[in-house]
Ligand binder design. Sequence first.
Ligand code: FAD
Length: 391
Amino acid sequence: CKLDVNQQVSPSCDITFKEINEINKKIRPDLVSLVQTEFFRYFKIDLYKECSFWDTSDAFCTSRNCAVDVVEDWDKLPEIWQPEVLGSLNNETVSEATEENDNELTFLNQLCDKSKSGSTQKVGSQYDYCDLDDFSKEGSVLVDLVENPERFTGYGGNQSASIWMNIYNENCFTVGETGQSLAKDAFYRLVSGLHASIATHLSNGYLNTDTGNFEPNLDLFMARVGNFPDRVANIYFDYSVISKALWKIRPYMKRLSFCDSYDEKVKSIFLNIVSQLDSKIFNEDLIFSDNISSKLKDDFKLRFKNVTRLMDCVHCDRCRMWGKIQTTGYATSLKILFELDQHDEETKQHIVDKLTKYELIALINTFDRLSQSIAAINNFETLYNQRLNSS
Ligand code: FAD
């Protein structure tokens, strides 16, 4: 990649790519174990929520034309490798609200119930950058994230392109506007970083049709991300944003309890990770510092909410779930970064106390997605250099 690793990630991040690589190496093992703990590995999602923007009643596009074109001879592949199967959730790990598993569901639902922090009650939608009602809905299912990794699903073609284009064309500030202010620029970078991170995961866990294994595909990574330094940079930008949000809530986390018996272990891993982060990683005060900032902030919030709602239009279940988790993770970071400072200490504590467990799960899993993307980018760089040296 043609990025200078000693350069600052962006004007609002007083940190270089190289420094982020170093931080990420240090925290990666803890983050991997954190997302495997019982609190962070389950997520609730309404798989049947209707897309509020257009008609998606044709369900998953099973046509070969809807799939990404990189797999050769798709039609000859076995049933289990077809996009609609790869993109589905692993049924054994999805709990529906039936009587038999009601006890288990209640247990999972009450992980950090509202008497503790990480409640299911929100503090007030005026601070939110996404709709939080989705997670408490009847009919939502609990999914084990560890058993349903984000990787290549074959979802692609017009369907996925139209979602990305809708995000860029209708929800990002227009091209002319981008670059005029840090806020408008940050919005584009957030979304492009998410898009690039997803592309990194699908290239890193790409289906090798000879072996049936999911493994790194260097050519695909270069075509989607590696050949575009701005896309790589936007992944680092997103990493900075989420890191700063985690850094910022650290003083208010003392009261946070991640559930009974494993509480102390989970909390100590969490605090260990956050203690490696640095406040200079992102300067949120620069983002809305211009004179029209208040109106711009409302506009920013509205547009971001739309992006989270667009995830309901994604046909592939697994992609939708990870899309929802990540957009909720960004929405939670934006709430922490842009809404906390206007208040006194008591209110700040209250806002953090009232983060729902789904916001916390989304925040940590989104951070893990970006952390894994950065680890994968470094690995792809090694593979690229090995190829260069051997040719
Ligand atoms: P797309 O990735 O669809 O991109 C469309 C156009 O956007 C490109 O032609 C390019 O001009 C532009 N573009 C591409 N990347 C960027 C960027 N980073 N910044 C700015 N512009 C860009 N597929 C999976 O296999 N697994 C998944 O888990 C998965 N999750 C998804 C989640 C969501 C929410 C969505 C919408 C799609 C998901 N997909 C997933 C599909 C995947 O993102 C691609 O759409 C698909 O692989 C087809 O890729 P493509 O190369 O045709 O271009």
